[in-house]
Write a protein that binds this ligand. Structure first.
Ligand SMILES: *Cc1c(COP(=O)(O)O)cnc(C)c1O
Length: 402
């Protein structure tokens, strides 16, 4: 693998104790930062002001992300899921409204909409990018549709130029679920800044993960930022304590985590770069193999949160990798409309939009749910581990198709 050697690059893994396996998630994620974490825990825990939430460190973290992005506002909050809920509420989405979301993706895409009282309408994904298909989304727009909510999936950003044009043409809000895409840029615009608002998740497994729960709303619109800020802390304005202007929630951010994220922010680009290089190497070694589809290559609009293949014999490939010591992950074994939690809502919205709920709806999402398999791509992998993963996938594909 033609990348920086492990000796020159402190961001690269140096062979943690993994029992010889290649772990899907790094077991030593905060290896370089353990001392800083302990120092900050002590400093903040024993600080004279005893300020543990929404203090100076949270503000500085928000400012640092805002400046890095060129956003109007960044509001740190308790999770990516909560960020989605805050955005939808701040945009005034509620009972009687519909929001078009992808049929393949994480539960909060549907649940956050339902928690506002609005209804998610599921659109199929593009078979190549696995993100919401703009044409399919357009076909699901009704007079009740209030917003489009595409999500960036695995390593690929949704087709935001087309969604921005569609939202503008139809007079709809555009919410960008950029939870996994921090650091990605499409056509010069960073992930998170394409619509009315976007978000990042800082839960451990995401690319700017931390040792706990957290997220952030990002927006180009000051007024949306102001509303999200109020909603985050029980509808207060941050100046007059005890005055509640709107019905909010507790989605506050932790000072220790803010300080730790500030400490880790300067290393983020190098870690993302390492992930991108590993992904490019996988694609180089795996593209064109029989029975396998690699993710669309390139760097524009790409975020190497995970590296996801489509494999015709997914379960056999997964077993083979497991036997060779490689941990993998199947993110969404069923589409959202096929989940017990959302099936009734999906059936009802299919009827309203004229689609047949028993018919061949969401064929690409369902196909991807059967075939997707994610390989380890995190920055702590050694070059040898990356090569072992690629060799193992190649051997399986060539053997079974010989
Ligand atoms: C992880 C994720 C979320 C939710 O973030 P949490 O911090 O886990 O609540 C939302 N959307 C997408 C696409 C995600 O991957």
């Amino acid at each position: 693998m033609t990348t920086t050697s492990t000796h020159e690059d402190p961001a690269v893994g140096d062979g943690p104790a993994t029992g010889g396996r290649v772990p899907f998630f790094p077991p030593d994620l905060f290896h370089e930062d353990r001392d800083a974490l302990l120092r900050l825990l002590y400093e903040i825990g024993t600080g004279a002001d005893q300020k543990f939430i929404l203090g100076d460190r949270t503000r500085r973290f928000e400012d640092a992300l805002r400046d890095r992005l060129g956003a109007a506002d960044v509001v740190a909050c308790s999770s990516g899921t909560s960020a989605l809920h805050l955005i939808l509420t701040a945009l005034g989405i509620g009972p009687g409204d519909e929001v078009v979301v992808p049929a393949l993706g994480c539960a909060p895409l549907a649940a956050a909409v339902l928690h506002t009282g609005a209804v998610p309408v599921f659109g199929d994904v593009d078979p190549r990018t696995l993100t919401l298909d703009p044409e399919d989304a357009r076909a699901r727009i009704t007079p009740r549709t209030k917003a489009l909510m595409p999500a960036h999936m695995f390593s690929v950003m949704a087709d935001m130029p087309r969604f921005a044009a569609l939202a503008a043409a139809e007079g709809l809000r555009l919410v960008e679920d950029s939870a996994v895409a921090q650091g990605a840029v499409l056509d010069g615009t960073p992930a998170g800044l394409w619509g009315d608002a976007g978000l990042y998740s800082f839960v451990q497994v995401k690319s700017f993960g931390m040792p706990g729960e957290g997220g952030a709303v990002v927006t180009r619109d000051e007024e949306t930022g102001r509303r999200v800020r109020m909603l985050r802390n029980h509808g207060q304005d941050g100046v007059h304590r005890g005055l509640h202007h709107v019905i909010g929630v507790n989605s506050r951010f932790d000072e220790i985590q803010a300080a730790f994220q500030l400490h880790r922010l300067p290393g983020l680009d190098a870690r993302l770069e390492r992930r991108a290089r590993i992904a490019a190497h996988y694609t180089e070694r795996l593209a064109g193999l029989p029975g396998l589809t690699t993710p669309p290559p390139g760097t524009d609009g790409r975020c190497y949160y995970v590296y996801t293949l489509l494999a015709d014999d997914r379960d056999a490939l997964r077993d083979h990798l497991d036997a060779e010591g490689v941990d993998t992950h199947v993110y969404y074994p069923a589409t959202l409309p096929d989940q017990a939690a959302f099936a009734p809502v999906a059936a009802a919205s299919s009827v309203r939009t004229g689609a047949d709920p028993a018919g061949p709806d969401w064929p690409h999402a369902r196909d991807a749910a059967r075939r997707q398999l994610s390989l380890p791509v995190h920055h702590r992998l050694t070059d040898a581990q990356v090569e072992h993963v690629a060799d193992t996938v190649r051997a399986h594909a060539l053997r079974t198709r010989a």
